[in-house]
Design a protein around this ligand. Structure first.
Ligand code: PMT
Length: 405
């Protein structure tokens, strides 16, 4: 059983069919050693009774903000002070919207404002609701405030549809919470990652971009969280779910990515640049759609700032891991980039043969001053984990040198 390392966990249950799974979740939390108190919305009590959660957790369940007995002593503030961590599972689309907009019209939403502890949500809803722009915007707001979004996953739904929106299984929520707690190879480390492509505006409907899907960078972000790191992920436009526990910042252009990185670089221990950043951007994006009146179109391009090189040049900056995608002379080009950008480590991948951009698999030649290791072709998630193994060793050496110097 995963030990989440938590003591007092406030479990919020909102009104979705997966509320029944939260009974098992509460049981697993109790078994893992957490003290669990449950707060239910009125709608949640239509799916599962408070008595069920009371029996499982051994604590009375609260449902009402205007409970005369508890609120005589400001019970909701007492609950907020008691909690070390808050988890809302399931979190319905309605509840996420209320959280995102700071509403406090029942006990659980009030606690979301009164608690200053880490908050995680496990969304659960129909796939069309999940994909709705309003829901995604609310999630972005919550993620930008540091709320950990756990899941959802894809599969058969209670309504008969199949797709994303299913609440994570209780064991997976437990695993995600465990990785959010302070354990693992990078426990307590602050990690900043860039992922995906950038899109450089030509005119209101066109851009210069590349084929990066973000899969490698997102896999890396998930692997770092599982190893205990606090991760901020600056992502170009992608169609991927944010790994549980990751704070994600969405950007479109290289200049926006540059700004987001430097807004978040202070106190970062490791910077991993996995994004395929456009080297150049159109010098003068057109305000109106360009008409196809001439036979030739010449775009004037200017160089984008090199985000990774600038981070590597910072005094007392973080440990830097760069990536390189090469179509030829992989090792030679990779070493040249490592030296030119003054990096601590570089992971180079070949492009083509179903490797590198877009695909699910990749291989990496990992190099650092004085050494290298070839990581064979594998799924990007497994590869990210292997890369962290190499990085963990070299990072320890680096920290040892820094302390000794
Ligand atoms: O996203 P996927 O589809 O999963 O694909 C993953 C990937 C192939 C994009 C990824 O593994 C990868 O190799 N990323 C780096 C792509 C690349 O070729 O970068 P580069 O050689 O242009 O730049 C070298 C390094 O400098 C990279 O770490 C890059 O993030 C960084 N850089 C580059 C230019 C720039 N203006 N700013 C930067 O930070």
């Amino acid at each position: 059983m995963t030990n989440t390392g938590m003591q007092n966990l406030l479990l919020g249950v909102t009104g979705g069919i997966s509320a029944y799974k939260s009974v098992e979740l509460a049981r697993l939390l109790v078994v893992s050693g957490a003290r669990v108190r449950v707060v239910m919305t009125e709608a949640a009590t239509r799916f599962v009774t408070p008595l069920t959660f009371q029996a499982v957790t051994g604590n009375p369940v609260r449902c009402n903000l205007f409970d005369e007995e508890h609120e005589a002593a400001m019970g909701h503030i007492e609950l907020a002070r008691w909690a070390d961590q808050m988890l809302i599972a399931p979190a319905t689309a309605n509840f996420l919207a209320r959280m995102a907009h700071g509403l406090a019209d029942d006990l659980l939403s009030t606690l979301c404002l009164a608690c200053s502890v880490p908050v995680s949500v496990a969304p659960a809803m129909n796939l069309h609701m999940w994909q709705h722009a309003a829901v995604q915007q609310n999630l972005s707001i919550l993620a930008s405030r540091g709320v950990n979004i756990l899941g959802p996953t894809s599969g058969e739904q209670a309504c008969g549809d199949s797709g994303p929106g299913r609440m994570l299984e209780p064991v997976d929520i437990m695993a995600a919470l465990g990785s959010l707690s302070n354990r693992g190879m990078f426990a307590g480390k602050q990690v900043l990652i860039t992922a995906g492509s950038t899109q450089e505006t030509i005119d209101p409907v066109r851009f210069v971009g590349n084929r990066s899907s973000g899969k490698m960078g997102f896999a890396l972000a998930g692997a770092f969280v599982r190893e205990g790191a606090e991760v901020v992920l600056v992502s170009g436009p992608v169609v991927l779910s944010t790994p549980p526990g990751v704070r994600r910042i969405d950007v479109q252009t290289a200049l926006q990515m540059h700004r987001a990185v430097f807004d978040n670089i202070s106190n970062v221990d490791i910077f991993a640049a996995c994004a395929a950043v456009a080297d150049y951007r159109p010098e003068q994006p057109e305000e109106q759609k360009i008409k196809k009146t001439s036979e030739r179109l010449v775009l004037g391009m200017v160089k984008n700032p090199d985000i990774l090189a600038e981070v590597a040049a910072l005094e007392d900056g973080p440990y830097t891991l760069g990536f390189a995608a090469e179509t030829e002379n992989l090792a030679e080009n990779a070493r040249a980039k490592l030296l030119a950008k003054k990096l601590d480590m570089l992971a180079a991948n070949p492009v083509g043969d179903n490797l590198g951009f877009e695909c699910d698999d990749n291989s990496l030649l990992v190099i650092w001053p004085g050494g290298e290791k070839q990581l064979p072709v594998q799924n990007k998630r497994k590869l990210a984990q292997s890369l962290l193994g190499v990085l963990g060793q070299q990072y320890q050496v680096h920290v040892g040198h820094t302390k000794g110097s």
